[in-house]
Design a protein. Structure first.
Length: 364
């Protein structure tokens, strides 16, 4: 099994670790991406697998890394190749280069339909890359039934199989590294695009302040919304912003310090922030949109609110912050979800059935 991942390094590393219990695995990563979000060396690996890290860039010496990464895949002689759909040249070119060799391709589609207000982005060139990737795939995996429905609407002519494979946990603290949360701390984390609903979150925090609900809101990440809404957040005494690159260690501490993680997305497919919250046993208050309800069960591991509804978001956050029994129930639910449907060993075992179907079968 070969996994080619210029992006989604932690996701791919944890998947490779799960698969290594069952088959030989070679993972090819992009050096720039490999440790941006999490130190891969801190991830406990029970079964060994091979990792190759290349400098993938269209500039300077990185150009050499692109054909070298292709050779990394071919020389392994894999039965199946697993890639992520990202609208960039590295994976698109690899797929086109490998297609005549007849090696079956599994493609993980994270966003079947581009987000409404930034995030995934789209252009005629990116649409062309997506189209070629999907046309080359024998199996497409997405994160939950809602995402499958989105993919089928977006690519009605796809002839292969579409299967659900959940987005496993991320940013899991090392053994013995978990710490207790700070009192009444709400974390809003991630790349700050408009679809993430930062404006809705700020409105909800303003409501909590006017109600006299004790809280501290941490807004951490970079992106256009931090610029657009920065002055307003600076004027809010209960909001602390971190508009900078956040190291893996600091990211882990942010999630560990949170009582609850807010995801007031206006639209969504999968969410790495959601996977990170559960990886740290932290409950969420999230919008009931896209693939989020496939993971978040209201009242069990988080609370769901209508997208764009700041009052409902404020009400749900207040419930978690003011009820210790509810917070404890949701925290335990988050921990169980991480050990259950978002566990990488379980995800790998479920994917094996799809891989076995493809082994020995060529792409027409």
């Amino acid at each position: 099994m070969a996994i080619y991942a210029p992006h989604f390094a932690e996701y791919s590393y944890r998947l490779a670790s799960g698969l290594a219990h069952h088959c030989d695995v070679r993972l090819v990563l992009n050096r720039k991406d490999a440790n941006q979000q999490w130190e891969l060396a801190d991830i406990a690996v029970a079964a060994p697998f091979e990792t190759r890290i290349r400098d993938l860039s269209l500039r300077r010496g990185g150009v050499i890394g692109i054909p070298a990464s292709f050779l990394d895949i071919i020389s392994f002689r894999p039965d199946v190749i697993h890639c992520h759909e990202v609208p960039e040249i590295y994976t698109s070119k690899l797929i086109q280069f490998l297609r005549p060799l007849g090696i079956p391709l599994v493609l993980t589609v994270h966003d079947a339909i581009p987000h409404s207000e930034g995030g995934s982005g789209t252009s005629p060139r990116e649409d062309s890359w997506r189209g070629r990737m999907r046309a080359a795939a024998s199996i497409v995996t997405t994160h939950g039934e809602s995402c499958i429905a989105d993919f089928r609407r977006a690519s009605p002519d796809f002839k292969g199989e579409t299967v659900s494979s959940m987005h496993g946990v991320l940013m899991v603290p090392p053994a013995g590294g978990a710490v207790a949360p700070e009192s009444a701390r709400i974390l809003f984390f991630g790349r700050m695009w408009a679809y993430k609903g930062l404006d809705v979150f700020i409105d909800a925090i303003d409501m909590l302040a006017r109600r006299g609900v004790a809280h501290e809101a941490i807004v951490a990440g970079r992106g256009p919304e931090m610029t657009r809404l920065g002055a307003r957040m600076e004027a809010m005494p209960t909001v602390k912003t971190i508009n900078a690159y956040i190291s893996p260690a600091d990211t882990g501490r942010l999630f560990q310090s949170a009582t609850v993680v807010a995801l007031p997305y206006k639209d969504a497919t999968q969410s790495g922030v959601l996977a990170s919250a559960y990886g740290n046993s932290r409950p969420v208050v999230a919008s009931a949109t896209g693939g989020i309800p496939d993971v978040v069960t209201d009242g069990v591991n988080g609370l769901l609110v209508p997208p764009g509804d700041a009052a409902a978001l404020a009400d749900a956050l207040e419930r978690v912050l003011t009820s210790k029994p509810l917070a404890a129930t949701l925290t335990d639910g988050a921990r169980q979800t991480a050990a259950g449907i978002l566990n990488w060993d379980r995800i790998a075992e479920q994917l094996l059935g799809s891989y076995h179907k493809l082994a020995g079968r060529t792409v027409s």
